[in-house]
Design a protein around this ligand. Structure first.
Ligand code: FES
Length: 96
């Protein structure tokens, strides 16, 4: 069975979209060369990678949710890019 690929688009940025297969980790494939997203810890602790996400992906874990409530309580689309489980095409906008 071939793995489904997911398209990641960076809205409001000069970066081209990239394709990853389902379940690949954004934190392992996005770099300063190919995306506007900055990473720090890559483990869901520092909040550096916060972005707004459109797309049908699994909801945040309770740990991610806790941090998002502190960092972007007013933004229901906020997610930590390093914690995203890639299951579908997504559109990412940088929050800060
Ligand atoms: S890089 Fe630290 S929370 Fe995602």
């Amino acid at each position: 069975m071939t793995k489904k690929s997911c398209k990641i688009q960076f809205i409001e940025s000069k970066y081209s979209s990239i394709e990853l297969t389902i379940d690949q980790k954004l934190a392992e494939h996005l770099t300063v060369e190919n995306s506007p997203i900055l990473f720090g810890c890559r483990t869901g602790i520092c909040g550096t990678c916060i972005v707004a996400v459109e797309g049908n992906i699994p909801p945040p874990s309770s740990e991610e949710k806790e941090l998002l409530e502190v960092l972007a309580p007013e933004n229901p689309k906020a997610r930590l890019a390093c914690q995203i489980q890639l299951t579908n095409d997504i559109q990412i906008t940088k929050i800060k």
